[in-house]
Design a protein around this ligand. Structure first.
Ligand SMILES: [Zn+2]
Ligand SMILES: [Zn+2]
Length: 422
């Protein structure tokens, strides 16, 4: 106060960690009042008189021009409300109940704070950033009737004070469910055209897609419509190949990015999605923080049971069929299948067949029911992939499969304990 004109907020911030239940503005006012009293009783205290120009002394007359706060340039007086209004305008189109404010200081405010820290004892000081966040937050609370929440805000508001630009970081909405897939040639996640990455080009006839549809597209459609989300991401407990059906329930989490509406009626959405003949879903619940469940689904390594219908080149040698039983509980060595070599590194995987049952359909067709450890390539277990998977059904029967129709019939996941019921 001796050297500079300082506003109540900036002065109070030096004493922020003293007394409780007051704003820094009030703390600054207390200090100024005490100093003004001392001056009023005749103490020789030299200060910049603009600091107490709006306090009425009884015995002396202080006259001073109003000056801007040296440290914040009257930020608290002029900018808090302005920014709060800007934020509320931006938040208008989003449905949320909790938020948090984060600010990026301007270069000027940063420099002035450093200067202040050189002048004061910082023991009870609060950073200007923290005060700005709180003061803007209080205003936004009052204007919107929503609550600030430090732990799990639904919207994080970022304010760049240099540019006075507001941006929003809206938390995704996570819907947990399970699906079945009744058709072949439908990928789980949306496959974008590789030439244009989804923009649309000649190769994909402008659709941006490699496959016309996907499990994800069918599920997201009504959800994006209701939530007005930007896009979705699907996270599931593994995925069946495009040409494989999934007749057992597969757990998934669909993440809606930047939802504007957060309240959804699962039963209604479920009905909408299930109008599709290609898949069926059960939507189980909305979870606040989907990341834990997503992590669980990605790391669980659930065993799967498959049903395979295999047509062989030659008649099946009945004497060899019993040898298939020997695969139960045996180790399968799999080099990365040739069909995925482009995407995955070439190495040997050690997987297990837990159970295997077989039934002849006709002289060339065999039905297999296989329960396998997570990540076992079942098609290759059947075909042998030119010796890259050992042992294999093809090797055991000494016969070449010419057609393999595969269904996942059960995913042995323990995920339900992660989510509870509907
Ligand atoms: Zn100030
Ligand atoms: Zn394209």
């Amino acid at each position: 106060m001796r050297r500079y004109s300082i506003c109540d907020n900036c002065l109070g911030r030096v004493f922020a960690n003293l007394l409780t239940g007051y704003s820094n503005k009030e703390r600054g006012r207390f200090v100024k009042s005490v100093v003004a009293m001392l001056i009023d009783c005749g103490e020789k205290i030299e200060i910049d008189p603009s600091n107490i120009r709006d306090i009425k002394l009884r015995n002396l007359k202080v006259e001073a021009e109003k000056k801007k706060c040296y440290f914040c340039g009257d930020f608290f007086e002029n900018k808090i409300e302005f920014l709060a209004k800007k934020i509320v305008e931006k938040l208008k189109e989003y449905d949320f109940s909790t938020f948090l404010i984060g600010t990026k200081l301007s270069g000027e405010l940063k420099l002035k704070e450093e200067e202040m820290l050189d002048l004061i004892n910082p023991e009870f000081y609060e950073s200007i950033k923290s005060e700005i966040n709180r003061e803007i937050g209080k205003k936004v609370e009052a204007m919107t009737n929503k609550r600030m929440n430090r732990e799990a805000p639904e919207v994080i508001v970022l304010v760049d004070l240099e540019k006075e630009v507001v941006s929003l970081n809206v938390k995704s909405l996570f819907i947990v469910g399970e699906y079945k897939k009744f058709v072949r040639n439908l990928p789980q996640a949306t496959w974008y055209c590789q030439s244009c990455k989804g923009k649309g080009c000649e190769n994909c006839k402008g659709t941006g897609l490699l496959y016309k549809s996907s499990v994800q597209m069918i599920i997201e459609k009504p959800i994006l419509k209701v939530t007005k989300g930007k896009k979705s991401k699907i996270h599931a407990a593994g995925r069946e190949d495009i040409d494989v059906r999934c007749l057992g329930w597969r757990p998934f989490v669909i993440e809606i990015v930047k939802p504007k509406v957060r309240k959804v009626e699962l039963k209604k959405l479920e009905k909408e999605i299930n109008k599709s003949k290609k898949i069926k879903v059960r939507l189980i619940k909305v979870v606040e923080d989907g990341s834990k469940l997503v992590k669980f689904l990605k790391s669980e390594k659930a065993e799967k049971t498959y049903l395979a219908e295999v047509v062989f080149e030659k008649q099946i040698d009945k004497n060899k069929l019993k040898l298939i039983d020997g695969l139960k509980n045996s180790v399968i060595y799999q080099k990365t299948p040739t069909r995925v070599l482009k995407r995955r590194s070439d190495r040997i995987r050690k997987k297990y067949v837990r159970e295997i049952k077989w039934k002849l359909k006709n002289s060339k067709t065999l039905i297999l029911k296989i329960r396998a450890s997570s990540g076992l390539y079942v098609k290759e277990l059947i075909t042998g992939d030119e010796g890259r998977t050992k042992p294999s059904i093809s090797e055991i029967l000494n016969n070449k499969p010419i057609k393999v129709l595969l269904d996942v019939i059960k995913i042995h996941s323990d995920w339900k304990r992660m989510i509870g019921g509907r």
